[in-house]
Design a protein around this ligand. Structure first.
Ligand code: ADP
Length: 627
């Protein structure tokens, strides 16, 4: 029994194909994790890296607390079950299951006990003398599972184990594998392209596409709150309906208008986490509605459809219709609509039906990025503000502007400010009323009312609807705009500098021996590279690492100011003062970065340094984190 940790895992095949990009997940002991996605998305590659059958290009893989990147497959304490069973045809079921244990020289009676226990769990005791060819596909797959069980591994890896079975058997084996997971109380990682399998089996699911993780979540969250259009469309049958619409806010409601003028209304509350610019009726967005979230109603609505085909499934029926009521438009795919209806309802092809959308279940996606507009935790909220004579009117308060804003805002009076939840901190500069408290992943998300919109913040404080909450803002986290022009950008948490990687042979004084040192070189300054990072860089990159440039990424808090001549020489170009925090903009060579400084800082030149352990190294050509 063990958990697993995948830390920034990449796979680049020898032909240069990047099959897996920056895959990170913490898998807890006893979880049933499913990797799902269309063919070629990198799920088998990831599983094979966990098994040790494929080398990990970059990143760390831990099983339990052990780093296993370089541990042989047989020593990883995992067992793998494949799609094609991989049984030995000339051996009996018993021998197939015992084979691996005999190879490990396990005592005979222990082998016997394990085989019999596994046979009992899988209900194949009566087939132990048979050869695989005298068994059905389902029975063979059970033997393959049995062979994994007898090894009593820490982790089970299953690669599309049911895809050779017919639909009925697949469904029953699905339940059996779920039961087996409960019985064995071991971590399972299961790969499938079949979203139904994923949804019914996984405690958590990793949805992948083209080598990138799209979302890691529970089945219910994937279904109800998909992070992007791909996940929304991939999960659920029949597929989610997608339409191009515009959203126009009118007070407490938002009118959702289709291409052809059809409409329905949504309470503003449902879409209040969407950025305001989507709600002005100008920008097209993608509306996603699941077939089970549309109702056919008796009264007339502004959302009608014409029935094309009705599929009766027994327990429910699926209506395939079109939104365009005239024939010509019907061929356009985006006019198609799928609705799930109760089995006892009757609809004829050609019939016009009135529809109602369960508005609290809708999804909305950006046309270009295809990301959801309704994040649980919104990226930011945006409000108008006024800036004049060094004073900012914002969120109902008048505040003396910090000098960083005063300088940047010359000539800009009517501005807009984006406030991300993390910018709202304890303090007493502002005061607004609490509208709602929600909880996501154990953390409270509070919405505060300002005008006709909400400001969001996260807090551990005990607050409830109606409370007046006093707060301050981290000005260094705000974005200030004048129309489309960004006037002040927020300060990022990380900084980076480009540099090279150097190997030097040195002579040990007095001993006549040589030794080798490795260093990051940034603007001429050398920083000792810790040995574990040297091993990673050199093993991934080979000798090319000594002639390439790398991006060195570090947290601002890890930048050290050092005595003259001891670090990277930087000119202080300006001081950016936000009142509650202060930064110095440093320039070195052609590069720049910000360091946080106190109110007494007034140097014109500084030297900065790092602990090599605090630096993350990125290969720039294919954007891969090396260590
Ligand atoms: P999945 O299991 O999701 O179908 P894979 O992990 O098998 O996908 O493959 C991911 C991508 O890597 C695919 O584009 C595939 O063609 C490519 N790939 C797989 N194996 C190799 C290999 N040995 N050499 C080069 N490319 C490979």
């Amino acid at each position: 029994m063990a958990g697993l940790k995948l830390n920034h895992i990449y796979k680049v095949y020898e032909n240069g194909h990047k099959a897996v990009n920056d895959f990170s997940i913490d898998i807890e002991d006893k979880e049933f994790i499913v990797f799902v996605g269309p063919s070629g998305c990198g799920k088998s590659t990831t599983l094979r890296m966990i098994a040790g059958l494929e080398e990990i290009t970059a990143g760390d893989l831990f099983i339990g607390d052990t780093l296993v990147n370089d541990v042989e497959p047989k020593d990883r304490d995992i067992a793998m079950v494949f799609q094609n069973y991989a049984l030995y045809p000339h051996m009996t079921v018993y021998d197939n299951m015992a084979f691996g244990l005999r190879n490990r020289h396990m005592p005979k009676d222990e082998i016997h006990k394990r085989v019999m226990d596994a046979a009992k769990i899988l209900d194949i005791e009566e087939y132990l003398d048979r050869k695989p060819k005298a068994m059905s596909g389902g029975q063979r797959q059970r033997v393959a599972l049995g062979r994994a069980i007898v090894r009593d591994p820490k982790v089970f890896l299953l690669d599309e184990p049911l895809s050779n079975l017919d639909a009925k058997l697949r469904a029953s084996m699905r339940t059996e594998i779920t039961k087996l997971h409960k019985k064995l109380q071991t971590t399972f990682i299961y790969v499938t392209h079949d979203q139904v399998e994923a949804m019914t089996m996984g405690t958590r699911i990793v949805v992948m596409k083209l080598g990138y993780v799209q979302q890691i979540d529970t089945p219910i969250n994937l279904y109800e709150r998909p992070r992007n259009k791909f996940v929304a469309g991939f999960i659920g049958t029949p597929q989610m309906n997608f339409f191009d619409v515009t959203l126009d806010r009118q007070g407490d409601t938002v009118v959702c208008t289709f291409d052809d003028g059809k409409q329905f209304t949504i309470p503003y509350e449902v879409v209040c986490k969407a950025q305001d610019h989507y709600l002005h009726g100008k920008e097209q967005v993608i509306l996603g509605v699941r077939p089970d979230h549309i109702r056919v109603v008796d009264h007339e609505t502004k959302l009608q459809a014409k029935v094309n085909v009705v599929e009766q499934l027994g327990n429910e029926s699926i209506v395939y219709g079109q939104l365009a009521l005239d024939e010509e438009l019907s061929v356009k795919a985006k006019n198609q609509i799928i609705i799930k209806v109760p089995a006892d309802s009757h609809y004829e092809s050609g019939q016009i039906i009135n529809l109602e959308v369960k508005v609290e279940k809708i999804n909305l996606f950006d046309q270009n990025t295809e990301l959801t507009l309704l994040n649980d935790i919104p990226d930011y909220s945006k409000f108008d503000a006024k800036a004049s004579n060094g004073v900012m009117e914002f969120l109902g308060s008048k505040i003396k502007m910090p000098s960083a804003f005063r300088e940047a805002l010359v000539g800009h009076e009517d501005i807009q400010i984006q406030v991300p939840p993390e910018a709202v901190i304890a303090g007493k500069d502002y005061q607004l009323e609490v509208h709602k408290v929600e909880v996501f992943n154990g953390k409270k998300l509070v919405s505060l009312v300002y005008g006709d919109r909400y400001l969001f913040l996260q807090t551990d404080k005990d607050v409830k609807k109606g409370d007046l909450l006093k707060f301050s803002l981290r000005y260094d986290k705000l974005t200030i705009l004048d129309g489309d022009e960004v006037i002040v950008e927020p300060i990022p948490n990380e900084e980076s500098l480009v540099g090279t990687f150097l190997k030097t042979k040195r002579k040990a004084i007095g001993l006549g021996k040589t030794y080798v040192t490795f260093e990051y070189v940034i603007e001429g300054h050398k920083i000792v590279t810790p040995m574990d990072k040297v091993v990673k860089i050199t093993s991934i990159e080979g000798d090319a690492c000594y002639s390439k440039q790398y991006k060195y990424v570090f947290k601002r808090e890890n930048i050290q100011l050092v005595t003259e001549g001891m670090g990277i020489e930087c000119e202080v170009q300006s001081i950016i003062d936000y009142g509650n925090s202060r930064y110095a903009k440093l320039v070195t060579g052609g590069q720049s970065l910000l360091i946080e400084v106190d109110q007494f800082f007034n140097e014109s030149m500084v030297f900065i340094d790092f602990d090599g352990q605090d630096i993350e190294v990125y290969e720039q050509d294919i954007d891969m984190r090396l260590c």
